[in-house]
Design a protein around this ligand. Structure first.
Ligand SMILES: [Zn+2]
Length: 308
């Protein structure tokens, strides 16, 4: 072949393409190397600790319970390439205000006791799109699994709580034994249920001055119970599911865990004393003193008007 037959432009083009691809691959590799291990991210560590702690409290037998934690995009960029969607999963409901939001969610059928040993199987990180109808999986559910069947109750509750408090990040569901037991023997009237819990431990009215809301028994895993829970979440961070468990929400995992822990402690006292003659209690006047001391407003109409 003579030199004149060589198409230098073509060679240059190929060389440019190759250089471009090598450059891209090198860039991707550098980006990957720069990325940190997501299992070391503070939100992930806290999620794993919380799920383990809930299991250790006996609140999440077998595959009972689920948690969703809203994560800000800025908390993720050091750990994940957010353009890499592993797969898309339909949610089956609308949640238009949550588009573009990221949630770390426990998986369906997964056991809380296993989260600490295999977080990437038992947890998944999703981004919501299509007015809530699609979840893009960005990390986790590595066995082909998906998010909890209670995602409607979780995402609808997130949307409801974010309207009341833009700081809300967590929705948590579990089956604490004493709260569950209480729904068999106590009226489900929300005011009466709240007042009983407030009377069982001095700290209760301080921890949840808005009280607890209560749903009657409903079929779980449905959009209906999701909508009913979200409606109840507008006025309280705790929603009891009768003969089933409780939903809690809060600005972080600690606050939400603590809310459920406090209500469950009160229910435990109630189940210890309900069958005994009651000689003493925390009176409404006592509770007004607590409200003054901690500068809080109890749920309107739940305490008898204070004496002059
Ligand atoms: Zn449940």
């Amino acid at each position: 072949m003579a030199l004149k037959d060589i198409n230098f432009d073509e060679i240059k083009g190929v060389a440019k393409d190759v250089a471009g691809k090598v450059g891209e691959a090198a860039h991707d590799t550098v980006e990957k190397l720069k990325r940190k291990d997501i299992l070391t991210a503070p939100f992930m560590v806290e999620m794993i600790r919380t799920a383990t702690n809930m299991y250790d409290h006996g609140w999440d037998e077998r595959n009972g319970g689920n948690i969703s934690l809203m994560v800000d995009e800025a908390e993720l960029t050091d750990y994940l390439d957010l353009t890499q969607v592993i797969r898309e999963i339909p949610t089956g409901f609308d949640a238009p205000t949550l588009d573009g939001k990221y949630f770390l969610v426990t998986g369906t059928g997964k056991y809380f006791k296993n989260v600490q040993y295999a977080p990437e199987v038992n947890l998944g990180l999703i981004r919501i799109k299509d007015s809530g109808r699609t979840a893009e999986l960005l990390w986790g559910y590595t066995d082909g699994g998906k998010f909890t069947s209670e995602l409607p109750a979780h995402l609808m509750s997130h949307a409801a709580r974010l309207e009341v408090n833009p700081e809300n990040r967590v929705v948590m569901h579990c089956h604490p034994g004493n709260l569950l037991a209480m729904t068999y023997v106590h009226t489900l009237d929300e005011k009466a249920f709240t007042r009983t819990l407030w009377q069982m431990c001095t700290e209760c009215i301080v921890v949840f001055p808005e009280g607890v809301n209560v749903l009657p028994w409903m079929l779980c895993g449905t959009n209906s119970i999701g909508e009913a829970t979200a409606e109840k979440m507008k006025t309280a961070r705790l929603v009891v599911w009768s003969q089933h468990g409780i939903y809690g929400s809060g600005k972080d995992l600690d606050e939400t865990f603590g809310l459920i822990e406090t209500a469950e402690k009160a229910a435990e006292i109630y189940m210890k004393i309900a069958h005994l003659p009651l000689l003493n209690t925390i009176t409404d006047e006592d509770m007004w003193l607590l409200c003054d001391r901690f500068e809080l407003t109890p749920r309107e109409g739940y305490l008898a008007p204070r004496q002059a």
